[in-house]
Design a protein around this ligand. Structure first.
Ligand code: H79
Length: 452
């Protein structure tokens, strides 16, 4: 860093001013800047996704019933009428934030507008919004206030596809006929302008936006993502942006799956050649090659509240999923679909609390860590930071635990949950740790190794 830019904050302030970019010091500055914008997010590891809107009343998925209707499901007309009855009188934004805290979640992402185009905020540019329902109050504003008071980073999910806007598609037709959008029509620029105006509202009225979570579906180039990204950075330079508006931006977003290899720059997660995937599976990338990522996932099978969906993942599956994601350096964004009355169903609450209980004892092995040095061993996952390696055991060994491939000299080993010191010896790249007969945790037990 050049001598006349003295401290890091000043450096960042200058770096974030577009006109100063040519003055910035040489190679590596962009990475340094990127690291700084994403550092809170890299540490956070676990977030709450919230899918909520008038669709939550009908026990149907968000937006998809009009885009890809199924026989016998709700008609588009009935779906369109749902705002007329939306009145979540039991909504308490603090209850959402408190639940996220109890779960150990360090950020929240809320659907401000899903593909159906309905706005959960009081946008000046549409009537299809929360303030025109019986409820009548801006839900994004309330949540942003509660998050601000709690110091909880809040991100905005915003769908570029919009079934309601006549610039996005010819709305005299059913959405099922043209839900991909019609960028070739002369009206298209009016939609791009609408999108940018709404993003401006979201980025200027609701305090700091931790991130924008676009959900661009197909042909994302039509949204002029580079321009949108620039606009976001001008308003809030620290706001992170995911990869679903046609530009890579800050992180990629596997949906409903956990990648089996650690994502690296320049290699697409989806559509990856299985041979390449197999070869990559056990490799540990250099830090500079790592590509930031986040798996989003539902607790049952649906994003929106659905009273008929009882296929809940178990507490153990969810805790192991969080560990699995962290062991490859990612974040885990776990979804809840609040009920039409504004409450979060007990089945979700119970599972979130169980994850929180596990994190209370084992959180050091997740927060502020990245992928660990040992990959691809069944039943064993590792995370690491500059002080420690954390070994997560899914199956408790009967006697000693043998771990290959730890190059660093191990100074101490202990059970993370209760601090119990463990005896071990290290020879020829193998670490052998003596373990008590009983697993300290029924879901995932963690051994903390201090290294040189
Ligand atoms: O907001 C959630 C989903 O609605 C959205 N992204 C998450 C965060 C999403 N967009 N695309 N997809 C999910 C994947 C598309 C899946 C589909 Fe289908 C398969 C669309 C049509 C066939 C799922 C199954 C929806 C309808 C049938």
């Amino acid at each position: 860093m050049s001598a006349y830019i003295r401290d890091r904050r000043e450096f960042l302030r200058l770096a974030l001013t577009a006109s100063c970019l040519p003055l910035l010091p040489g190679p590596g500055w962009a990475e340094a800047l990127a690291d700084d914008r994403t550092s809170w997010y890299r540490k956070a590891k676990f977030g709450m996704f919230i899918h909520w809107g008038p669709y939550s009343q009908a026990s149907v998925e968000a937006s998809w019933p009009i885009m890809r209707p199924k026989p016998g499901e709700i008609t588009e007309a009935a779906y369109r009428a749902l705002p007329q009855t939306f009145n979540p009188v039991k909504f308490d934004p603090h209850a959402f934030v408190d639940l996220a805290r109890l779960a150990g979640q360090e950020y929240m992402v809320f659907t401000t507008k899903h593909h159906d185009g309905f706005c959960m905020f009081d946008s000046a540019y549409t009537d299809y919004k929360i303030t025109n329902t019986p409820y009548g109050r801006d839900i994004v504003a309330q949540l942003a206030k509660a998050c601000g008071e709690d110091g909880m980073p809040l991100g905005f999910y915003y769908s570029p596809p919009d079934m309601h806007h006549p610039g996005f598609r010819d709305t005299t037709k059913l959405a099922a006929e043209n839900w991909h959008g019609e960028p070739q029509r002369p009206e298209w620029p009016t939609y791009l302008q609408y999108m940018q105006l709404q993003l401006t509202e979201l980025l200027t009225r609701y305090g700091p936006a931790a991130l924008i979570w676009f959900d661009g579906l197909n042909d994302q180039k039509k949204y002029n993502g580079a321009q949108v990204l620039e606009m976001i950075h001008e308003m809030q330079p620290a706001t992170l942006v995911n990869d679903r508006i046609g530009v890579d931006a800050d992180y990629e977003t596997p949906e409903q799956f956990i990648p089996t290899a650690i994502p690296t720059k320049g290699i697409q997660l989806t559509g990856i050649d299985p041979e390449v995937s197999k070869r990559l599976k056990n490799t540990v990338p250099r830090p500079e090659d790592f590509r930031l990522w986040e798996t989003c996932m539902t607790i049952n099978n649906t994003w929106a509240y659905n009273k008929n969906d009882h296929e809940f993942k178990s507490e153990q599956t969810l805790i192991r999923s969080l560990v699995e994601v962290a062991s490859r350096g990612g974040n885990f964004l776990l979804n809840v679909g609040p009920q039409p009355d504004g409450q979060i169903q007990p089945e979700f609450q119970q599972r979130l609390r169980a994850i929180g209980d596990w994190l209370t004892l084992n959180g050091d092995s997740i927060y502020d860590t990245t992928y660990g040095p040992i990959q691809g061993i069944a039943g064993l996952r590792t995370t690491a930071n500059d002080k420690s390696i954390y070994v997560h055991l899914f199956d408790w060994p009967t006697a000693a635990c043998e771990i290959p491939g730890i190059e660093a000299r191990v100074l101490s080993a202990r059970l993370l949950a209760n601090g119990m010191p463990l005896t071990f010896h290290q020879t020829e790249g193998k670490l052998i740790i003596d373990l008590p007969s009983k697993a300290p945790d029924p879901n995932v037990s963690v051994i903390a190794l201090k290294t040189y």
